[in-house]
Ligand binder design. Structure first.
Ligand code: ADP
Length: 545
């Protein structure tokens, strides 16, 4: 027997119309190319989104056209999020930090019809435009006064174009499985792979994000997404903020500028922020040096790579900010698990609390998780056994865009995340490594993330990474690579390594530490272990004869 409930499709336009009816007055505040503090209401934003939809019709875009954006977190980008997807087209957010050859691959693979871009990326686009034949024109996200002097083919001005459009547009009643967005993984191995989100997956992920045991978003929040809108939809904040009626504050091109972030937090009253650990390092340093405060901020979601315990403690103890450690990936829209307390963990103190905090957290309802051994047998949730982390659910991708078969998508319906993890009795996931970064020493596995956590808590360390390097006796041993806060700092390797004693199993302690001026990062701000290993070619452990 079927239930008798309405079969209302889950569409992004319904998030938008809910926002218009219930909190159309709410603000989006944004740093932009032509304004260091642009502000307007949700209603104004969405009426310009309808102009965008009219514009795409006028430009004769196909009903399922892929429309690329190369843009920072600003209000014009939000307009595109809604205007492109609600008209039935696919918003393809492109990461401008990728290498030119990857950008060319992505734009061609997606067959993007138009590229909407921030003027800062003009030169980058000029260098690749002749290799992107599907692109019919380039729209600069700027007013006439800020238009770049450029030879990009069919270059247009966003503000001039919008001025000609009507804000009346009846967004269609699409099938909820219609594609709404496209985001490519950064492709550290092989070509980048496209993840094609649907309206349904986006709406469900938005509900998931807002739940109390996720980011717990409400109409009283002021959200500062520091995670770029070109990377997994800024973890869904532009949708979630609109849906719940939270004020949205966007740092524009100043996303990496600690001073701007701190003034946005204080002047706009941000209550929640979100970003990868590397964006918070300079912000914490800036706060320390200037003795400024961030009183309104109550919590920040940190994920994308493991958040070191020292960062959580600094936020909590010095600024009263709770870090919500989370894990996810482009293939998961992206949020999979968030570390919030339950009845068994809320009272933890001391070392037990520390051990718990570095875990990535419990699965959001809607995300099923399991860990398996090499024979695909499920492993127990005992916090000890580690295995391949697999997931499934309505906001997990079922395949890659225009890729026939992928090893990650398994015949039993689960997606292999490529991460290795333990899960404890509370369902709390702890990522120990990416499969390819696991250190295999004498047949046993060592977690680089756990060692990095200890390394980060050593005084004077700005950033560190642990990689497995060849060792004649043990096959691989961990090497600690360190960036000091102060370049004149004189570390003793022996003292540093003895700091690990008692904190990890004795045989996990790195065999050596080396000091570098900086670590290589990927386009999404994570330490690139691939490049790091390449730069260490020829390295030999002192005890490896
Ligand atoms: P890319 O690294 O290609 O840009 P994603 O941003 O989708 O792609 O990265 C997802 C990966 O990032 C995960 O599979 C995992 O390895 C890593 N990751 C994400 N969050 C965390 C976290 N909190 N702790 C450790 N690793 C994380």
């Amino acid at each position: 027997m079927l239930g008798q409930m309405m079969d209302t499709p889950l569409l992004i336009k319904n998030l938008a119309s809910h926002a218009e009816r219930n909190h159309g007055f709410q603000e989006i505040v944004s740093v932009a190319v032509d304004n260091d503090r642009h502000r307007y209401t949700f209603n104004e934003a969405l009426s310009r989104s309808r102009k965008v939809s009219n514009l795409l019709d006028r430009l004769n875009c196909a009903s399922d056209a892929r429309i690329a954006t190369l843009a920072w977190n600003d209000y014009r980008h939000v307009e595109l999020y809604y205007g492109v997807s609600c008209s039935g087209r696919v918003l393809h957010t492109v990461n401008p930090r990728l290498f030119p050859e990857q950008l060319i691959y992505i734009l061609n693979h997606a067959e993007d019809e138009f590229v909407f871009f921030d003027v800062a990326f003009t030169k980058l686009l000029e260098s690749i435009a002749s290799d992107c034949p599907s692109v019919k024109g380039y729209v600069a996200l700027a007013p006439r006064s800020c238009m770049p002097d450029s030879n990009l083919p069919n270059l247009m001005c966003y503000e001039d174009l919008l001025a000609k459009e009507s804000s009346d547009y009846d967004w269609p009643d699409l099938d909820e499985n219609t594609a709404s967005g496209l985001c490519y993984t950064s492709g550290t191995t092989g070509n980048p792979k496209g993840v094609l989100y649907s309206h349904r997956s986006t709406v469900l992920h938005t509900y998931g994000m807002c739940m109390p045991d996720a980011a717990s978003l409400s109409a009283q929040d002021v959200i500062l997404p520091v995670v770029p809108m070109f990377h997994v939809n800024a973890w869904g904040y532009p949708y979630a903020g609109m849906m719940v009626g939270a004020k949205i504050v966007l740092p524009g091109p100043k996303l990496g500028d600690a001073e701007t972030l701190v003034s946005l937090i204080n002047e706009e009253g941000a209550t929640i922020a979100g970003g990868v650990p590397t964006v918070w390092l300079p912000l914490l340093e800036y706060l320390k040096n200037t003795k400024k405060e961030i009183k309104t901020l109550t919590r920040t979601v940190i994920g994308g790579s493991a958040c070191p315990l020292s960062m959580m403690e600094e936020f909590r103890d010095n600024y009263g900010v709770r870090v919500l450690h989370g894990w996810g990936m482009t293939e998961m829209s992206p949020v999979g698990v968030v570390n919030t307390p339950n009845a068994r963990t809320s009272g933890l103190i001391g070392d037990e609390l520390k051990t718990h905090l570095v875990k990535q957290g419990r699965a959001l309802p809607g995300v099923e998780i399991k860990i398996t051994d090499e024979d695909n047998r499920s492993l127990p949730w005992d916090g000890i056994k580690f295995g391949a982390l697999k997931v499934r659910g309505p906001w997990v991708c079922s395949g890659y865009y225009r890729v026939k078969n992928s090893d990650a998508h398994q015949s039993d319906g689960w997606f292999d995340t490529g991460d290795v993890a333990t899960i404890d009795i509370n369902g709390c996931v702890k990522i120990t490594d990416r499969t390819k970064d696991v250190i295999k020493s004498g047949g046993e596995w060592i977690s680089s993330i756990e060692l990095e956590n200890v390394g980060m808590s050593y005084p004077g360390v700005r950033e560190c990474a642990v990689v497995g390097m060849a060792h004649a006796k043990w096959q691989e041993r961990p090497l600690l690579v360190v960036v000091a806060k102060n370049s004149s700092e004189d570390f003793s390797v022996a003292q540093f390594l003895s700091f690990f004693e008692g904190k990890v199993a004795k045989w996990w302690i790195p065999n050596d530490a080396i000091f570098v001026s900086e670590l290589p990062h990927t386009a999404t701000g994570k330490v690139s272990k691939l490049l790091l290993r390449e730069s260490l070619e020829g390295y030999k452990f002192p005890d490896d004869n």
